[in-house]
Ligand binder design. Sequence first.
Ligand code: NAD
Ligand code: TYD
Length: 350
Amino acid sequence: MEQRAVLVTGGCGFIGSHFVRYLLRERSWRVVNLDKLTYAADLARLSDVTSDPRYQFVRGDVTDAELVGELFRRERPWAVINFAAESHVDRSILDPAPFLETNVRGVYTLLEAARRHQVERFLQVSTDEVYGDVEGLPPRVEEDPLQPSSPYAASKASADLLCLAYRRTYGLPTLIARSSNNYGPYQHPEKLIPLAIRNLLKGDAVPVYGDGRQVRDWLFVEDNCRALLEVLERGRVGGVYNVATGVRTSNLELLRRICMVLAEELAADPNSFLSRMEFVRDRPGHDRAYAVSVERIRNELGWRPSVDLQEGLRRTVRWFIGNRAWLERTADDSYRAYYEAVYVQQWGMP
Ligand code: NAD
Ligand code: TYD
C-alpha cells in the first residue's frame, strides 16, 4: 500500500526542521517539505534526514498557487502542517510587506489548495502573540479576542481567522496551534536566546530592550513538536489549542540564567557575562507580557511539557557552544545589515 504523505511547509526553518525529523522518527508517513529557502532557512538543519527515502524536499513559495496545486495533485497529502512564515517581530517592524505576503496570502493559497484536494487535516502553526499584550490580564484562553500588536502578530492573527472561516464556510478540517516562544538548537541568531548566546561567546554586549521586565513563556522546541503532532492527529477538527509551559520568565531573569549556564559550561566567571547586559531603545509597540492557559491541550490531549527552562537552556547552550561554526555562518552579511538597522541605527527612526 502506498505510504500516506504529509505536506510540511517551512520545514527548513527552526521549528519546522525539528518537526520534520520528529515526524520521520515517530511515524511511517512520507514527508514532503515545501520551503522557499528565505534567509531564515537552512538545509543543514535537515542534513541527517535527506537520505531517508520517505523525505522529499521541494523548493518553492507557498504563495505560488500553480506550484502548490501541482504539489497537492502529485503528492495527495492527507494532512498539511503550515510552518512557512516570516517569523521575526523586529523584521516586521522594519518592513511588514513580506509578512502580509507569506503569512496571509500564503495561508490563503494553501487553504484553497487544501479545499480543492479535500485534505483530512490542515494544521496552522500560530502563536500566542495573536492575543496581544496581556500584562495585568489572566492567561488567555482560546476564545479570547485577538488583539495583535506587531505587523507579525497581525499577519498571524489574519491567518488564524482565515482558517476559522474556511472551517465554517467550506467545512475544511482546519486546526490551529498557538504556541509560545520556542527555543533550542538551530534557532536563528536574530531571536533573543541565540542572539544572547552568540554575543556572549563573542565578548559583545547583549541588547536588552527597554527595562527588560517583559515576560515570556519559553517552550523547548521538542516539546512543541510533540504537541503539534498530538494536535494534528487527535485535535478536535475546528479546534484551537494553546501550547506553552505555563511558566513565565522576564527577559532579565532569562538572560541571567543564560549567563549562569554559559559560565558553568565554560568554567568561567558568571560576572564576565552578567556585566554585558546593555539596555537599549525599546522595540516599538513591544508587548509587556504573553501568557496563555494550557488547560485545553492538557485536558483534551494529555500533553504536558517535559523539558523545564533550566534543562532546555543547558541543552541549547551546549548545542551552540558545540556548533559555533553554524552560528557564525548564519550571522552572514545580510544578518549584519539587519543587526545594524535594529541595534545601531535603532529601527531607522529619528
Ligand atoms: P523560521 O523563520 O525559522 O522559519 C520559517 C521557514 O519558512 C523558513 O525555512 C523559510 O524559508 C520558510 N518560508 C518563509 N516564507 C516562505 C514562503 N513564502 N514559502 C515557503 N516557505 C517559506 O520560523 P520558525 O521560528 O521555525 O517558526 C515556524 C512557525 O511557527 C511560524 O509560522 C511562526 O509564526 C510560528 N511560531 C514560531 C514561534 C517561535 O518562537 N519561533 C512561536 C510561535 C509560533
Ligand atoms: P524574540 O525572541 O524576538 O521573540 P518575541 O518578540 O516574538 O517574543 O524576543 C523575546 C523577548 O526578548 C521580547 O520581549 C523582546 C526581547 N528582546 C530583547 O530584549 N533584545 C533583543 O535583542 C531581542 C531580539 C529581543
